[in-house]
Design a protein around this ligand. Structure first.
Ligand SMILES: [Zn+2]
Length: 72
């Protein structure tokens, strides 16, 4: 199950209880212990890639402004 936060970023959520907290080491839900399916993870990773692509496309208007400031 994939949710999108107000910023449009995807968030992986438990198929069983809908909670968004996972044990990243064991890939299980913190709430109910349901194992996260490989399909869900793959779907989520795709959603993240699409989101990042969209973000960087939008960021091109001000190329690397924030990053530049952080370096100097
Ligand atoms: Zn759960």
């Amino acid at each position: 199950m994939i949710f999108h936060n107000p910023a449009g970023a995807p968030e992986l959520a438990c198929e069983q209880c809908g909670c968004r907290w996972f044990d990243r080491i064991n890939d299980t839900c913190y709430e109910c212990g349901t194992k996260v399916s490989a399909e869900s993870v793959a779907e989520f990773n795709l959603a993240v890639e699409r989101f990042r692509a969209r973000e960087s496309a939008r960021g091109d208007a001000v190329p690397g402004a924030a990053a530049d400031r952080a370096v100097r």
